[in-house]
Design a protein. Structure first.
Length: 330
């Protein structure tokens, strides 16, 4: 039997538990928070006073912080790309009989994630500190350009990616929350903290999918994990660009801003890799093929090697001036 057919069988096997995954890791619409819970109430008599207060507090936030927050927002706003990519994964079917269990998971996961961009976008708009039209053009470019995360339609590789990426977005939003609180913006801090909480829940879900796959197809899952770590996890916004610029030209400068203020660093990348190795107990998995054993050895040594490389990285001290955030407005 081909590898593709085995993966399909494993996905069908796991699909029997999708309803329990939804119940455990996602929250019903009526119970979960919504963006308006944290924003000035546009129907309230004090709306303009609340907006004025939000704008006054926003003045205290520094340049690289705004760049990072904008980049995080744009990344969340490009959600249509992520949903369409996942719907194309082997074993996920959104057509037959109204869609299978996996497509139900993807739609409900998307529904939760969609709130993140809505909340941050409205905050940025009300803050008056950024050029919303430039941000909107960058978001449209990012959706137009799509992305290639190197997983193809392989569910094993995709679940490694989402396990890693959900934890990375948790780290980023949680750090932004901590910094916003430090600068006195408690409301923004709470917004980002709530988003981070969602990301951690989603990380637990996708990493559980990988755990289940290791139990039934350990060698192929190990090889998929090695493949993703070897080629490195590409961030969702790696094609980021400003208006009038070529594809991917803004991503490095955005990453530099995030690293400069410690929101998401090369050390975090290594730390997440180690957390996944520990979570999936890579050192204890048995019944591996010779090739998978070699993959395990590679994975066990990789964090130490990557840590040494990350220590040598030099981040520019000067901030790139983005069209999204004009210093004169700060």
């Amino acid at each position: 039997m081909s590898i593709k057919n085995i993966r399909l069988e494993v996905m069908q096997f796991l699909e029997k538990n999708v309803d329990s995954f939804v119940e455990q890791y996602l929250i019903p619409v009526e119970k979960i928070w919504q963006p308006t819970d944290f924003l000035p109430n546009s129907q309230g008599e004090n709306f303009f006073e609340e907006v004025k207060e939000l704008r006054e507090i926003a003045k205290e936030l520094p340049y690289d912080f705004w760049v990072t927050l904008v980049g995080d927002t744009i990344t969340e706003e490009a959600l249509p790309t992520y949903e369409s990519w996942l719907m194309d994964v082997e074993g996920i079917n959104q057509v037959e009989d109204g869609g299978n269990g996996w497509s139900k998971w993807i739609r409900q996961w998307t529904g939760e994630e969609n709130r993140h961009g809505d909340l941050l976008n409205k905050y940025l708009y009300l803050s008056g500190r950024v050029n919303m039209r430039e941000i909107e053009m960058t978001t449209q470019h990012l959706i137009n350009d799509g992305f290639d995360i190197g997983t193809g339609s392989d569910p094993y590789k995709n679940f490694v990616y989402t396990s890693f990426q959900e934890l990375a977005t948790y780290v980023s939003h949680n750090r932004v929350a901590q910094m916003a609180k430090k600068f006195g913006d408690n409301k923004l801090s709470k917004m980002c903290k709530m988003i981070a909480g969602d990301e951690m829940r989603h990380h637990h879900a996708y990493s559980e999918f990988v755990t289940r796959i290791f139990q039934v197809d350990p060698s192929e899952m190990m090889l998929a994990f090695q493949y993703m770590m070897k080629q490195k996890i590409v961030m969702p916004a790696h094609f980021l660009r400003e208006s009038g610029q070529k594809i991917s030209t803004a991503f490095e400068q955005f990453s530099d801003s995030a690293q400069r203020i410690g929101v998401y660093t090369a050390s975090d990348y290594v730390d997440i890799m180690q957390k996944l190795i520990d979570k999936w107990e890579i050192d204890k998995i048995s019944n591996l093929t010779d090739e998978a054993e070699k993959a395990r050895d590679y994975l066990m040594r990789l964090p130490a090697r990557m840590a040494k490389i990350s220590e040598r990285l030099v981040i520019p001290q000067e901030s790139h001036i983005f069209k999204w955030v004009e210093p004169a407005r700060l």
